[in-house]
Design a protein around this ligand. Structure first.
Ligand code: FMN
Length: 209
């Protein structure tokens, strides 16, 4: 079966893409509103794409009425944002931030989050998040007036106590329990892990009957 994307509507493509390209990490993005308050919203059209320079990308869609989301407006205006990653301990509070609050209502108290100033940028981070990446906009690719891809450079991250060993830079995976987004309101834990080592060409050759 081949599904021709040129013959599908945007909504149909969204349905297929978000149900197949899974799990997606979740960026709980904080940005600074025009009045100086902090906005928070989750984005799963998100990932890291490079370490040198260290780049993240956010897929910012419009609302169903085609208006721009506060996150989009804020990144366009200030050029700064924080990617707060989401683990099991803050997953429930993260979805609260997905509610379509009026621009003058802050998601932060509704979700029970605490804010703290980020190093290097003028956007607050979420204290309860396992990791908060301070990002500066490199560019925003504006595909249409209502569809942006924001590319940000990571200036550094703040880690919750006990997650990273400062000497070895190892993340403790017994403590860090990130969640990913599946389709619609479905999420996944990352507890069922297994390891695979890339074999050498010789090992592959020996295994071939
Ligand atoms: C887990 C999750 C992932 C989401 N991912 C995206 C996304 O990648 N892009 C997007 O535009 N909206 C996404 N949303 C919806 C926004 O979070 C939602 O529209 C939010 O109200 C936007 O807030 P803002 O107007 O304060 O920026 C997601 C929602 C949830 C709960």
């Amino acid at each position: 079966m081949f599904l021709d994307f040129e013959e599908l509507s945007g909504q149909e493509r969204y349905k297929l893409l978000t149900a197949t390209i899974v799990p997606r990490p979740i960026a709980l993005v904080t940005t600074r509103n025009e009045d100086g308050s902090t906005n928070a919203a989750p984005f799963s059209f998100f990932n890291v794409f490079s370490e040198d320079p260290p780049l993240v990308v956010l897929g910012l869609q419009s609302r169903p009425d085609f208006s721009l989301k506060d996150t989009t407006l804020n990144i366009r205006r200030t050029g700064e944002f924080v990617v707060n990653l989401v683990d099991e301990s803050i997953a429930g509070a993260m979805v609260v931030c997905g509610a379509d609050f009026a621009p003058d209502v802050s998601e932060i108290p509704a979700a029970g989050f605490t804010l703290q100033k980020s190093p290097k940028i003028d956007v607050d981070r979420i204290v309860e998040a396992p990791f908060s990446f301070a990002c500066r906009r490199v560019t925003v690719l504006q595909f249409t007036k209502i569809r942006d891809l924001a590319i940000g450079e990571i200036l550094g991250f703040t880690a919750r106590e006990g997650l990273v060993d400062k000497q070895s830079l190892r993340v403790d995976w017994d403590v860090y329990q990130p969640v990913g987004r599946l389709y619609a309101d479905q999420y996944i834990r990352t507890r069922d892990r297994f390891s695979m080592t890339i074999p050498s060409p010789e090992e592959i050759g020996n295994a071939t009957p």
